[in-house]
Structures are given as structure tokens and as C-alpha cells.
Design a binder for this molecule. Sequence first.
Ligand SMILES: NC(=O)c1ccc[n+]([C@@H]2O[C@H](COP(=O)([O-])OP(=O)(O)OC[C@H]3O[C@@H](n4cnc5c(N)ncnc54)[C@H](OP(=O)(O)O)[C@@H]3O)[C@@H](O)[C@H]2O)c1
Length: 258
Amino acid sequence: MNAEPSFDLTGRVALVTGASSGLGHRFARVLANNGATVIAGARRADRLEKLTEEIADTGGAAHGVALDVTDPGSVKAALDAAEEIAGTPTILVNNAGTADMTFALEMSDEDWRRVLDVNLDGVFRVARDGAKRMADAGLSGSIVNIASILGLRVSRRLVSYCVSKAGVVQLTAALASEWGRHGIRVNAIAPGYFATEMTDGYLSSPAGQEMASAIPLGRHGAEGELDGALLLLTSDAGSYITGVTLPVDGGHSLEVMA
Ligand SMILES: NC(=O)c1ccc[n+]([C@@H]2O[C@H](COP(=O)([O-])OP(=O)(O)OC[C@H]3O[C@@H](n4cnc5c(N)ncnc54)[C@H](OP(=O)(O)O)[C@@H]3O)[C@@H](O)[C@H]2O)c1
């Protein structure tokens, strides 16, 4: 039998947080290329304008909305705007994130909170508010949270980041267990290392190059290598997948025996 999974997203409305750069920018383009109307959210409005123009040039539909995931009023306003422009988003990609490279002994309460606010509280807030609108409208949907392999293992000088991403992994499973009955699937992608504004400096350093050679596939991730996971989890191809965190990391998170 030929398997014919459908990755088509025609008619869906997708909200991508942190769409102004890096992985989120790519996710917005991929979802639009596969038929979704994309609501691209972030704080840097100029970047969003450029992104939505690029998507329109390739025949897709996208709209930028100002969004700060740490601000409940901003999340509400972005979802209101999305509903007005395109309808209730039934795909949410919780991608906005930040990191703080500080050793734990030097980390202030404010620094700790800033990372948790964006990476964990922000994901919960957008997921809860978005899911509530789907449930109220009687719509099923798919939420994809962007975790990290640092939610599955740890790295020095990134304690707040590691804890926030481990929280996203548990949040994903816990929300999936509650929202399945509304037809809302909740999954996470745990990327390995990909070159973006967040990681560029480190990946091109000697330490970053050395790390690449220890990865089973022998390299960091390349642009486009998260597309398949994103489309699987957001589309009907993944209609029976919920509660999972899918590492996309070239085997980086494996415990490799010598
Ligand atoms: N690159 C990697 O190797 C890697 C690996 C694992 C996981 N990740 C995760 O992937 C996600 C994207 O990261 P990236 O590598 O693409 O980094 P990036 O280029 O720095 O992108 C981060 C995005 O988050 C947005 N953002 C930050 N704070 C925000 C806030 N308060 N409200 C709304 N948006 C906010 C930024 O937009 P504005 O500044 O315009 O608001 C930006 O678009 C993050 O969750 C990151 O932890 C990345």
C-alpha cells in the first residue's frame, strides 16, 4: 500500500511567535508555502514587514502582528488581530525564545526571570490563550512548542535556558494530556544546534566546531532541516501524534557508548 500522508495546510491559520528572525522566520515561510495563512508575531515590526512581503512575493499569505509573549495584553491583542484578519489560529508555533550565558553563581533573580518569562511563561500563555479560542470555537488544532536538546540534557552557563526548555518538554506532555479531548494536539520539537542570531558566534568558534565533530551526523543542523518535523506535527500527517518531544539534532542528544 502506498502511504499518502497530507502535509497540506490550505485553509489553516497559523500563528508563529518569534517570526522576526532565525528559526521562526523559516517556520513562517514553510507554513505559508504549504498553504497556511500565517500570522507572524514578534517585537521587531520592521523585520515582520520584510518577511510578509517575501511570503507574498512567493504567492503565500502572511500578516505581521506586534507580539511580546511576556505581556498578557500583547498576547491577547495579537490573537484578536489574528482572528480579525484571518480567523482563529488552529496552528500555534511557540518559537519565541532567548538565552543568557551566565554562570549560575553570577546569575541575578532578574536575569533568571527574564529567560523563564519568555521561554516558559510565554509558551504557556500563548498556548493557553490560543487553545481557549480554539476550544470556544469548536476547532481542533495543533500546537508545536520549540524546546531544545538543552531541555533533555544540560550545558554549563545556560542554567535558566536549560530549565526553561525542560519545562517546555513537560508542559507539552501535560497540555497534550488535557487538550486531546478538544482535538488539540500539543507536541514539541527539540532542535540541536542551528546557525541563527542566537547561536552564530558560538557555532563558528573553535568550541562550536569541535562540538559538531562529536555529533553522530558530524555537523550542526542546516537551514531547512526542521521543516519536515514542523510539517509532520502541524499537518494531518501527524493527526495521531500528541504529547511528544521530537529531537531533530543529528543524534546530538544520544548517550553514545565509547
Ligand atoms: N538556533 C538553535 O540552535 C536553537 C536550538 C534549539 C532551540 N532553539 C530555539 O528556537 C527558537 C528560535 O531561536 P533562534 O535560534 O531562531 O533565535 P533568534 O534568531 O534569536 O530568534 C528568537 C526570536 O524570538 C523572538 N523573541 C524574543 N523575545 C520575545 C518576546 N518577548 N516576545 C516575542 N518574541 C520574542 C525574537 O523576536 P523579537 O526580538 O523581534 O521580538 C526572535 O524572532 C528559540 O525558542 C530557541 O530557544 C534554537
